[in-house]
Write a new protein. Structure first.
Ligand code: SF4
Length: 233
C-alpha cells in the first residue's frame, strides 16, 4: 500500500540572531534559511542559499524539533532564503506545526510567487516583501507579480523593502512607490541601501529617493542592513 507523501525541504541553516532589516529591526528571531531561488539578483547576499551551496534535507517535524530549543524568548520565526515560497508544499505542512506551538511566523520573500502565497498566507503573521527593481537587480521587472502578491496582503502586517544600489533608476523607485500606494498609502516602504555600495554614497541617494516617494506614500524609511554593520549573522 502506498504511504502518504511527506514533503521535504532543502534547508541551508537554522540559527538565532537579531533581525537586521526593516520594521522589526532588532527583535530576536530564529532564522530558518531555505535553499534555492529562481531570481538572480546581481547583488544577492545569500548566493550559497541560491545555487550550488550546501543544504540539508528536512521533514516538517524534524525541522520543528531543530527550531524549538532556540525559540525561547524569540519574537518570531523568520522563514527566509533563498526564496521559501519556492518550497510551498513543505510550508503547507510545516507552518501549521509551528503555529500549534504558539510561535509567530515572519516570512521574508522576494514577493513574486502570489499563487504559492495564497496557499500559506493564513499561517503567516508578518511579511517582509521585496520589490525588485530591474536597474538594481539587472533582472526582468516583476511589477505585475508584485502587485498581485501585495493584493493578497491587505489585512496582514506587511512592509515593503526595496534595495537601492548606485545603478538604481529613480523612475523605477517611483513606479514601485505608486504600485504600493494603489494597495495601501500607509504601508511602510523601506529603501535599503545596498550593502556593497555603502562607500559609494548610496545612503544619500536613498534619502533623495525618499523625498520622491513621499507624495505617494505616508511612511517611507531609509534603513540599512544593521546586522551586517555590526558584524552579526
Ligand atoms: S530574490 Fe533574494 S535570494 Fe533570490 S537572488 Fe534575489 S536577493 Fe538572492
Amino acid at each position: 500500500m502506498m504511504g502518504f507523501f511527506t514533503p521535504k525541504a532543502k534547508i541551508v541553516e537554522v540559527f538565532k540572531s537579531i533581525q537586521g532589516e526593516g520594521k522589526y529591526l532588532g527583535v530576536p528571531q530564529v532564522f530558518v534559511r531555505f535553499y534555492g531561488c529562481g531570481a538572480k539578483c546581481i547583488w544577492c547576499d545569500t548566493p550559497h542559499a541560491r545555487q550550488g551551496g550546501e543544504f540539508k534535507i528536512y521533514e516538517p517535524q524534524e525541522l520543528v524539533s531543530q527550531i524549538m530549543p532556540l525559540s525561547e524568548g524569540a519574537h518570531s520565526i523568520s522563514i527566509t532564503g533563498g526564496e521559501p515560497l519556492e518550497q510551498k508544499d513543505f510550508l503547507k505542512e510545516f507552518l501549521p506545526l509551528l503555529k500549534t506551538r504558539g510561535l509567530k511566523i515572519y516570512l521574508e520573500t522576494n514577493g513574486v510567487h502570489d499563487k504559492a502565497l495564497r496557499e500559506v498566507v493564513g499561517y503567516i503573521d508578518i511579511i517582509a516583501m521585496d520589490i525588485k527593481l530591474p536597474s538594481s537587480t539587472k533582472q526582468e521587472a516583476y511589477w505585475k507579480e508584485h502587485e498581485d502578491f501585495l493584493r493578497l496582503l491587505s489585512r496582514k502586517d506587511v512592509f515593503i523593502k526595496t534595495v537601492v544600489s548606485c545603478d538604481t533608476l529613480k523612475e523605477e523607485v517611483i513606479v514601485a512607490a505608486k504600485l504600493a500606494s494603489k494597495i495601501n498609502r500607509d504601508i511602510i516602504f523601506i529603501l535599503q541601501p545596498n550593502y556593497f555600495d555603502l562607500e559609494k554614497d548610496v545612503v544619500r541617494r536613498c534619502c533623495q529617493l525618499q523625498k520622491l516617494c513621499l507624495p505617494f506614500l505616508h511612511d517611507v524609511r531609509v534603513i540599512p542592513q544593521v546586522h551586517k554593520l555590526v558584524g552579526l549573522k
